[in-house]
Design a binder for this molecule. Structure first.
Ligand code: PHE
Ligand code: CO
Length: 310
């Protein structure tokens, strides 16, 4: 069955005009303040490709970027475009846009008194956070593949699982580099607090990337994350997700245990599997979790290496 048999996509007409000329001076100033602050905080914290994207797309030329200009520049680099939407679009539309290399963004910007926290993503989160990474060809392909995978997840009723992959990579992903741990997720790079906390707080766990683990890990939307997943490279992210058929995974994971964000798999896979079974049998709600106490330690690597790098 095709996704299109199930959903009535009204895809094209959800775009709105960004109306770039109607932003006020105060609104442009909010962008500039956030831009300056994040550029400073993210030094040695964001992945170098994030900065490359910022520079290539001239996102710091001053004021809220004009999506028409930005799209033209981004299209020339990786074939992606940015379009404004008024608020939430349906899951189907969101995935379908991604699969067509269209990134949808809010046009509104937070008020000066909301610099630090807001519930809904605004144009600063969407553009400053997400768009620089779309200038990286590997990440650009990953986002498109994710959109295609998203459409497919709807057919399996597995949207909530695939959403976790977006959350723990596109929004809150960390990456290991020769210079140390860096952030690439937009939820991190657009947030002053999370930029520091995600990399440096001893209260957060940081596990090596594992697709299956991520699909089973819940997330919180209203606070700093309790746990993060660390990729080795963008190639790893693209290849692992592209080369895995999620269909059987959705089926087998449907009855497998789920995890809290700061539960970490610190034992070898075999012992872990036995633990799962014991946990199911005695219906133990929480196997005591072991938190990372040194800030750049990545747990779960052993488990990942043995079981997921085929
Ligand atoms: N290979 C995935 C599938 O079979 C598609 C996908 C690619 C999903 C990239 C997420 C990210 O569904
Ligand atoms: Co986002």
């Amino acid at each position: 069955m095709q996704a299109s048999d199930l959903y009535q996509p009204e895809v094209r007409d959800q775009f709105i005009d960004q109306a770039h000329s109607t932003y006020t001076a105060a609104e442009h100033r909010v962008w500039d303040i956030l831009f300056a602050r994040q550029s400073h905080i993210l030094r040695d914290r964001a992945h170098p490709d994030f900065f490359r994207g910022l520079a290539k797309l001239s996102l710091g030329r001053g004021g809220v970027p004009d999506f028409a200009v930005l799209s033209e520049e981004l299209y020339a680099l990786t074939g992606w475009e940015v379009r404004a939407v008024s608020g939430l679009v349906s899951d189907y539309a969101f995935f379908s846009y991604l699969s067509q290399r269209i990134f949808v963004s809010g046009r509104f910007i937070r008020r000066p008194e909301q610099l630090d926290y807001l519930q809904e993503p605004d144009v600063f989160h969407d553009i400053f956070g997400h768009v620089p990474m779309l200038a990286n060809p590997i990440f650009a392909d990953y986002m498109q593949a994710y959109g295609e995978g998203g459409l497919r997840s709807l057919e399996f009723g597995a949207l909530h699982k695939l959403a976790r992959l977006y959350w723990y990579t596109v929004e809150f992903g960390l990456i290991q580099t020769p210079e140390g741990l860096r952030a690439y997720g937009a939820g991190i790079t657009s947030s002053a607090k999370e930029s520091i906390y995600s990399l440096e707080s001893p209260d957060a766990t940081r596990q090596a990337f594992s697709l299956e683990r991520i699909l089973q890990t819940r997330y919180q939307i209203d606070s700093l994350q309790a746990g993060y997943f660390v990729i080795d490279s963008f190639e790893q992210l693209l290849n692992t997700t592209l080369n895995t058929d999620f269909g059987p995974l959705y089926r087998s994971l449907a009855s497998a245990p789920e995890f809290e964000p700061d539960d970490v798999a610190y034992l070898s896979g075999k012992i872990l599997l036995e633990l799962y079974q014991i946990r199911c049998i005695v219906r133990l709600r929480h196997v005591r979790r072991k938190k990372a106490n040194s800030f750049s330690r990545i747990i779960n690597r052993d488990w990942h290496d043995r079981h997921l790098s085929r």
